[in-house]
Design a binder for this molecule. Structure first.
Ligand code: OAD
Length: 266
């Protein structure tokens, strides 16, 4: 696998692998870019990015849902249909393989994602979601999950359930909405605490496929750096971020498989 890379990239992969092999705690933050090679559009890439073609304020805010819940639902149903048949790509698989390997080593590999798809889980990873789940619903008022015993698999089977009529909560009569963190809303407390703790205590922080524009998630690499971590970024269009120590200006699916192969010595 490493042989497919240029000599320069092979050197960079080896340098990063050495750093990562000696790290006790690694914190990884992924964004939409890691799922791009699975065929899921990112948010801000020119032409194909979701926010290049749709208005955030019309679709991903609590105000938008209050104003026109059916419009918001139809957009999320469309996204569910877009994502339903997508599968993890080599980047997701490589991270899952690394976490599996870490279970029998003295390394902790914490994976945090801003993505609402479940491709990390499908690959076998244990992952903390900062921005919610595309396949889960909850009440917009009392926040109780809907249905209460819901599983992602259950909701996934029925991607067009809410197109025609709005469902109301059996507890408080509020409208059921996608369990996604919208702009202006707070992140789930436990997920954010876990992310902050992992970032503040890691030896190496890896940022993969994120434009690092949306806070507070974008602040995690800075938190890691302030606490002495080295920062690695994998993004074909790297962020102009001076805190990054090693930049791979390449696709995640190209870099992660050889990098993780080198770290785990498989
Ligand atoms: P963005 O769309 O802002 O950024 C995606 C990044 O992925 C860009 O910097 C691309 O250059 C990079 N990229 C594209 N293809 C890649 C590949 N094959 N490998 C690696 N990187 C690649 O997406 P996010 O940063 O995830 O919020 O956006 C953050 C949040 O903004 C999202 O979670 C979402 C959105 O509004 C919510 O849903 C709450």
């Amino acid at each position: 696998m490493v042989a497919e890379l240029s000599a320069e990239l092979i050197g960079q992969v080896e340098q990063a692998a050495q750093l990562l092999q000696s790290a006790k705690r690694v914190c990884i933050l992924t964004g939409a870019g890691i799922s791009a090679e699975s065929g899921i559009p990112t948010f801000r890439d020119k032409q194909t990015g979701l926010w290049e073609n749709y208005g955030v304020e019309d679709l991903a805010t609590p105000e938008a849902f209050t104003r026109d819940p059916k419009l918001v639902w139809s957009w999320y149903q469309w996204r569910r249909q877009l994502v339903a048949d997508k599968a993890p790509n080599p980047a997701h698989h490589a991270l899952a393989q690394w976490q599996y390997h870490a279970q029998t080593s003295d390394q902790t590999v914490t994976l945090i994602t801003q993505n609402v798809d479940d491709l990390h889980e499908q690959a076998g990873s244990s992952v903390t979601h900062l921005h919610g789940h595309l396949w889960r619903d909850r009440c917009g008022q009392c926040e109780i999950p809907y249905p209460e015993q819901s599983s992602a698999a259950y909701i996934k089977q029925d991607t067009i359930r809410f197109d025609d009529k709005l469902i109301t909560c059996p507890h408080c009569d509020g409208y059921i909405r996608p369990n996604i963190v919208w702009f202006g809303e707070a992140l789930p407390v436990q997920a954010w605490q876990a992310a902050e703790e992992a970032a503040a205590n890691c030896d190496v922080f890896i940022s993969i496929g994120t434009s690092s524009l949306v806070y507070p998630a974008a602040g995690l690499s800075q938190l890691a750096k302030q606490n002495g971590a080295q920062v690695i970024e994998i993004n074909p269009d790297p962020t102009p971020d001076t805190i990054v120590d090693i930049t791979f200006a390449e696709k995640a699916g190209l870099i992660l498989p050889p990098l993780i192969e080198a770290i785990t010595d498989l």
